[in-house]
Design a binder for this molecule. Structure first.
Ligand code: PEP
Length: 256
């Protein structure tokens, strides 16, 4: 973390878990436990069906609500899809874009990720752009090039003044939901490569303001070491975000 230049962000990703009726209690509990949080931005990315309850329960607290996906078009004949304007109108502030599960199971490409980043910014949402390599790519030693390319494609056409709205999440696919976490050194190395790439695209000043999160089996026991890396500015948390106490422990580790 480097609080001098950028925010520390802890974002939970519930994926397709929890019920709308469980949302209010969870948010209320998290609100109470994080009331004294000073340094950390807290985001909870819930399923579309939970957004209304989540926004209502989080009103006036330090918790911002995010979505886990959006459609790139502003509106139209896209049955079953949800636009960024719809999310913003509900009070959503963040949206995860390009999560590896969406890339793997729902045909999301670097091109659609880029379109979604544009759509999110246009609607006033802050995109959390997910990047990360497969195990095969890492075993071939190609992870830095892979992540740099994903980042450049995701940011194609994004104006320098929009960069401060963007959050990057480095999520190695082999560490997501597997219990196999990257070492702080591995995450820090990719985090630095991401920042270097941002620097080459937008200049040093803009690059140093971007929060780069790590995601992949982060929990209360490994968060502190991970967050000690200068280019790991927080976490995107799946499994451990389903329990308010464990999410709160990670927030506490980030808020020290
Ligand atoms: C995720 O899917 O964004 C994630 C990081 O999941 P987990 O924490 O469960 O590995």
């Amino acid at each position: 973390m480097n609080r001098r230049y950028r925010k520390t962000v802890i974002a939970g990703n519930w994926k397709m878990n929890m019920l709308p009726s469980e949302t209010k209690d969870f948010v209320t509990r998290l609100r109470d436990e994080t009331a004294d949080c000073k340094w950390c931005d807290i985001v909870l990315c819930v399923p579309f069906t939970h957004i209304y309850q989540a926004v209502k329960a989080a009103k006036g607290t330090k918790i911002a609500i995010g979505a886990q996906n959006c459609h790139q078009a502003a509106k139209g004949a896209y049955t079953g899809e949800v636009s960024c304007a719809m999310l913003a109108d509900l009070g959503v502030k963040y949206v995860i874009v390009g999560h590896s599960e969406r890339r793997a199971y729902f045909g999301e490409t670097d091109e659609s990720v880029n379109q979604k980043v544009h759509a999110a910014l246009e609607a006033g949402l802050r995109p959390i752009i997910c990047l990360g390599e497969s195990l095969e790519i890492r075993e071939n030693g190609a992870e830095l090039d892979f992540v740099r390319t994903q980042l450049k494609l995701a940011l194609k056409g994004i104006a320098p003044q929009s960069l401060k709205k963007i959050i990057i999440a480095y999520e190695p696919i082999w560490a997501i939901g597997t219990g196999k976490i990257a070492t702080p050194r591995q995450a820090g190395e990719v985090g630095s490569a991401i920042r270097e790439t941002l620097r080459s695209l937008y200049g040093a000043r803009a690059a140093r303001g971007v929060s780069v999160l790590y995601g992949g089996s982060l929990n209360k026991d490994n968060a502190e070491a991970m967050l000690a890396m200068p280019d790991v500015d927080g976490g995107l948390i799946g499994g451990a975000s389903l329990d308010a106490a464990s999410l709160n422990s990670i927030i506490k580790a980030a808020d020290q």
